[in-house]
Design a protein around this ligand. Structure first.
Ligand SMILES: C[S@@+](CC[C@H](N)C(=O)[O-])C[C@H]1O[C@@H](n2cnc3c(N)ncnc32)[C@H](O)[C@@H]1O
Length: 339
C-alpha cells in the first residue's frame, strides 16, 4: 500500500462509512481496505487501469473534469506533483461540498504537501495538519465560504507558436507538459525537415498535440494517431487539433497498452520522469514494445536529452540509430525497423 494510503488508513475513523470523493488516487487497495461510499477521479489512465474491477465503472472516472458527485461528506485529494494541478483539482472539488464539509489533502513531503496550508487556505480559515508519518502529511480544511463555480475556460491557456513555416494555436491546462510554451526538445524535433514515411503515424505521449499538428501539415501523406496517459493532455490535444483544422485520432494509453495498429512511423518526445523520481523505465519499456507497432521499414523518430543512453536500447530493439539533429542538450534519433 502506498504511504499516502497508509496515512489515510491510520485515520480510518474520519472516513469510514462516509460518501467520499478521492482525487488523484494511487492504484492500490485503499478503497477495499477502508469501507466507504467511494467515487474516484483520476486523470492518469495507468491508475484507472490499475484500479479497474475494484469499483463499478461509474465510480472510477477518467477525465480532465471532476465528476459531479452529490451529497458528499468529504473530498480527499492526493497531492499531484505539479502544484498548479493541485489548484485545478481543488477548484473543481470545493464547489461540490456543502459548507462545513472538509477537504483533506495528503501527500509526501518531497511531493509538495508542505504547501497544503496555502492551498487549503483558499477554502477555509483554519487548515490543520492532522497527521504526519511515513514522510507524508495529512491536512484538513473545513469549508467556511461558498466556493466559486468551476469554469474550465478560466483554467485553459490558449497560446500561439510561430515556427518558421507555420503558426500553431495551442490549448493547455495546468500540469500539461510545457504548459504555454514549446519544449526545447520538441522544437529540435520539429526543426528536422526530413519527410515522414507515408501512412499511419503514432504520436506517443502527445501532450498538447504540438508535434502532430506541425508534422501533419508538413506531411499530408500521413494520418496521425495521438496517445497520452494524461486526461488533461488528451483534452488539450483534441482541442488544439480542432483549432488548427487537423484531423486525427486521439486516445488514452499507458505506454502502448491500447495501441494495437502498425505504423509507418512513431514520433515522440518520450517521457522520462515518473512522479518525483527521474526514471527512464517508461522509455525503455516503450523501445521494447514499439517494435510490434512498427511496420517493416517503419521509422521511430524521437528526441531526448543527449545524456540519456537511448541509442544502445534503440539499436537493441529496433535497428541502427542515426542522429538526425543535435544541440548541446538534445538529440533527434531515427531508427528504421528491419524490412
Ligand atoms: C515530454 S512530454 C511530450 C509532450 C508533447 N509530445 C510535446 O512534444 O510537447 C511526454 C508526454 O508523455 C506523457 N506520458 C507520460 N507517461 C506516459 C505513459 N506511461 N504512457 C503514455 N504517455 C505518457 C506525458 O503525459 C506527456 O504528455
Amino acid at each position: 500500500m502506498d504511504n499516502t494510503s497508509q496515512i489515510l488508513e491510520r485515520s480510518a475513523e474520519l472516513f469510514s462509512g462516509q460518501r467520499l470523493l478521492l482525487v488523484n488516487p494511487t492504484a492500490d487497495g485503499l478503497t477495499r481496505s477502508l469501507a466507504a461510499d467511494w467515487t474516484l477521479w483520476s486523470w492518469d489512465f495507468a491508475v484507472i487501469q490499475g484500479l479497474s474491477g475494484q469499483l463499478p465503472a461509474e465510480r472510477l472516472v477518467f477525465s480532465h473534469l471532476c465528476p459531479e458527485v452529490e451529497a458528499l461528506d468529504a473530498a480527499i485529494v492526493l497531492m499531484p506533483k505539479a502544484i498548479e494541478r493541485a489548484e485545478y483539482a481543488l477548484a473543481q472539488v470545493a464547489p461540490l461540498l456543502a459548507l462545513g464539509k472538509p477537504i483533506y489533502l495528503v501527500g509526501e513531503k518531497k511531493g509538495g504537501i508542505t504547501r497544503a496550508e496555502r492551498l487549503l487556505g483558499a477554502y477555509g480559515a483554519t487548515p490543520e495538519k492532522l497527521d504526519s508519518a511515513r514522510h507524508c502529511q495529512l491536512w484538513r480544511v473545513v469549508t467556511d465560504r461558498p466556493a466559486a463555480p468551476f469554469k474550465l475556460d478560466a483554467w485553459q491557456q490558449r497560446y500561439q507558436l510561430q515556427l518558421d513555416d507555420q503558426q500553431i494555436d495551442l490549448l493547455s491546462l495546468p500540469g500539461v507538459f510545457s504548459h504555454g510554451r514549446l519544449d526545447e526538445g520538441s522544437e529540435l524535433l520539429l526543426e528536422e525537415r526530413k519527410a515522414l514515411p507515408s501512412g499511419k503515424v503514432l504520436d506517443f505521449g502527445c501532450g498538447s498535440g504540438v508535434l502532430s499538428i506541425a508534422l501533419a501539415r508538413r506531411n499530408p501523406q500521413c494520418q496521425f494517431e495521438l496517445v497520452d496517459v494524461d486526461a488533461l493532455a488528451l483534452w488539450c490535444a483534441q482541442q488544439s487539433l480542432q483549432l488548427n483544422g487537423v484531423a486525427a485520432q486521439v486516445y488514452a494509453s499507458d505506454g502502448l497498452s491500447e495501441v494495437h495498429g502498425r505504423y509507418a512511423c512513431v514520433i515522440s518526445n518520450p517521457p522520462f520522469h515518473t512522479g518525483i523520481r527521474q526514471d527512464t523505465s517508461i522509455a525503455e519499456r516503450f523501445f521494447n514494445q514499439v517494435t510490434r507497432n512498427l511496420l517493416p521499414r517503419g521509422e521511430l523518430r524521437i528526441v531526448a536529452n543527449g545524456f540519456l543512453r537511448y541509442p544502445p536500447l534503440i539499436e537493441q530493439h529496433i535497428g541502427p540509430c542515426e542522429v538526425l539533429r543535435e544541440n548541446n542538450r538534445f538529440k533527434v534519433y531515427s531508427a528504421v525497423a528491419p524490412g
